[in-house]
Design a protein around this ligand. Structure first.
Ligand SMILES: NC(=O)N[C@@H](CC(=O)O)C(=O)O
Length: 348
């Protein structure tokens, strides 16, 4: 059985910098994707149009066959004038990271109201606001990684009601509360869902550092809500893989004082893995919308490039996800589900 998908687009991906970027950027194409919506949480973060354009050229030099859509990191350096400059230069969105909640978010924001003049101009010129939807842990107020996303949702509602024409994407939703919140918003608000959050629950990352990412996977009922909305084919919910590579030494530490890096790596296997997981809960017929049409429509990005053909193994044949991961020079990365078998592969 073959499936032909028009111009798959990943609307949330981390492509890093330096040698790690050289290793992972070609994996967008390897994983079946023609478009990558690139996150700006580098060291230092991408806060200006000029930096974003240099970064884009670097990515294009590594992988000329992918359309890179660039974002800026919301920070005090981002002025209304810079927003206009970004729009004219083809930058697509601005990503907000609450301070300290995830990888490279030390320069993240503390108050959304501070940025209202920036949001005003973003609304006017039609730049997208991408929200990492968690609030920082706070033991005094009983905020922790399991309720950080639901606790963020009042901020989403407030920004949406203040700027109803501003296009907003709540990134990597993990809870039933987030799905309900997005449904209740108008057509200017959408939501990305990762493929790993369609599979994992709390039990899978507690004690398994390779399944640890932010936001963490939640309860089975939350996962069911994510699966149901994908199965429904709701056009404001689409794939953003949040594929986030980390060197193995940072994921799997043996030193008690070193934490485990947050991030799950899916780029090189993304389209076959998405087909496999959607098929597992009866949503394979939604694949094309979920990995392409819905996101491109929301972002107003026309389809370019040829179709990508997925092939299902015949007579129960399966395809393995490389157990040893991928290596280039001194860098290596290990993908989600390393060593497991999946039912789909990309047809050469
Ligand atoms: N998702 C993650 O767990 N990590 C991301 C950052 C992010 O998007 O939160 C990363 O850059 O590693």
């Amino acid at each position: 059985m073959d499936l032909s998908i028009t111009h798959p687009a990943d609307f949330h991906v981390h492509l890093r910098q330096g040698a790690l970027s050289e290793l992972v950027t070609p994996h967008v194409r390897k994983g079946g994707f023609c478009t990558a919506y690139v996150m700006p949480n580098l060291k230092p973060p991408i806060t200006t149009t000029d930096q974003a354009l240099v970064y884009k050229a670097t990515l294009e030099a590594i992988e000329p066959n992918v359309q890179f859509l660039m974002t800026l990191y919301l920070s005090p350096e981002l002025t209304p004038d810079e927003i206009r400059k970004a729009k004219n230069a083809g930058i697509v969105g601005v990503k907000s990271y609450p301070r300290g909640v995830t990888t490279n978010s030390d320069g993240g924001i503390e108050s959304y109201e501070t940025y209202y003049p920036v949001f005003e101009v973003m609304q006017e010129v039609d730049l997208v606001l991408n929200l990492h939807g968690e609030i920082p842990s706070d033991s005094v107020h009983n905020i922790h990684i399991l309720n950080a996303e639901p606790s963020f949702l009042p901020h989403l509602h407030k920004i949406h009601s203040t700027f109803p024409r501003l296009r907003i994407v709540l990134e990597h939703a993990t809870t039933r509360a987030a799905i309900e919140a997005i449904k209740a918003c108008g057509d200017t608000v959408a939501c990305t869902i990762t493929v790993h959050h369609l599979e994992l629950t709390v039990d899978d990352w507690a004690g398994q550092s390779w399944n640890f990412c932010k936001p963490v996977a939640k309860y089975p009922d939350d996962r069911q809500a994510l699966r149901d909305i994908v199965k429904e084919g709701h056009p404001r919910f689409f794939l953003g893989s949040d594929s986030a590579p980390h060197p193995p030494r940072n994921k799997s530490t043996s030193t008690p004082s070193c934490g485990c890096a947050a991030g799950i790596y899916t780029s090189p296997i993304l389209l076959p893995l998405t087909a496999h997981i959607l098929e597992s809960f009866g949503a394979l017929d939604r694949l094309e919308g979920f990995v392409g049409t819905f996101g491109r429509d929301f972002y107003k990005i026309p389809a370019i490039g040829s179709k990508v053909v997925l092939k299902r193994g015949v007579n129960g044949a399966t395809f393995s996800i490389p157990e040893g991961g991928y290596t280039l020079k001194d860098e290596s990365v290990v993908p989600f589900w390393a060593g497991k078998q999946i039912n789909w592969t990309i047809s050469k």
